[in-house]
Design a protein. Structure first.
Length: 297
């Protein structure tokens, strides 16, 4: 494998790249970019097939490796602050997350980790487990992409203040193959993430005995016809695959319905995102109404 490798995920899929990195025990960073069409076409090797030319645009993901092991990943589409990573994995509650983000917004990962461990917020194992999950989630998301340009830069590593967790690639490659099949299924069931969600007018029989996970409750808290599924995913720091799985589960349970989104200003996670209908001081929150409905069935 050369010191620098360029291409698109259409030419060399994620699992093939990982096989090369694993077999050659490479150290470096894989950059994956948004694909920008040039308007030109590329003639393929058979001399007859053509496809649109795509060049690198905005960087979407960086994935780092050391001696053939996955060690770190960051995504432009996901909040990688350590406090948010721990919050998403359930190691910090909402209030702890809010306070830590405010008071340690500029702290490096390693410095913040030491502060949290010394303050007995989390253990070292909590941090390792959460960072590992975050890294794998990004890698699994990349596995669903098919046309994005990439660049592998040998010897490039993350900054020293980042927390890295070595992960063997062989089981990751196997999981990617399985998750790709799962992702294809989810994409077919819910192809358009620009739709919105709303609560049904009346509860159905499916409400009986329903139990929602933490991630499902986070999604439910943003359900509003003015919030697209894509916006909800960004607010909840979830990948396309994760949001599809949660929304499909809620749809199958009869808890929500798909609707075309109402006109609204683009929302940002944590600021401006429309909360469920009824979350004003003089109205009961929609989530509370939903809980009461479920209990009354």
């Amino acid at each position: 494998m050369p010191r620098q490798l360029r291409g698109t995920l259409q030419d060399l899929h994620t699992t093939q790249l990982l096989h090369l990195i694993n077999l050659a025990k490479k150290t470096g960073t894989l950059h994956v970019y948004e694909g920008v069409k040039t308007g030109r076409e590329i003639i393929m090797g058979d001399g007859e097939t053509k496809r649109p030319e795509v060049v690198p645009g905005k960087e979407r993901v960086k994935v780092a490796f050391r001696e053939g092991k996955l060690i770190h990943a960051v995504s432009a589409e996901r909040d990688g602050h350590l406090a948010t990573v721990l919050h998403k994995s359930g190691k910090l509650n909402d209030e702890q997350h809010r306070i830590i983000r405010q008071k340690a917004a500029q702290a490096s990962d390693k410095a913040l980790a030491l502060l949290l461990i010394n303050a007995n917020y989390v253990s070292q194992q909590d941090i390792i487990t959460s960072v590992r999950r975050f890294t794998l989630d990004i890698m699994y998301d990349v596995a669903t992409w098919e046309k994005e340009p990439f660049l592998f830069e040998e010897a490039e590593l993350p900054p020293v203040d980042r927390i890295t967790v070595p992960i063997d690639l062989e089981p990751v490659i196997y999981d990617l193959s399985q998750k790709r099949v799962d992702a294809d299924r989810l994409s077919k069931e819910l192809p358009n993430l620009d739709f919105a969600l709303k609560f049904p007018e009346a509860p159905s029989e499916k409400f009986k005995g329903i139990q929602l996970s933490v991630e499902e409750w986070r999604v439910v808290s943003f359900i509003n016809p003015k919030n697209s599924i894509r916006q909800i995913a960004k607010a909840c720091n979830m990948t396309d695959m994760e949001i599809r799985r949660v929304v499909i589960g809620l749809l199958n349970a009869g808890l929500v319905e798909l609707v075309r989104p109402a006109m609204a200003e683009p929302a940002r996670a944590g600021s401006g995102m429309r909360k469920p209908m009824g979350v004003t001081k003089d109205q009961r929150p929609m989530i509370e109404k939903l809980i009461n409905r479920i209990k009354s069935v």
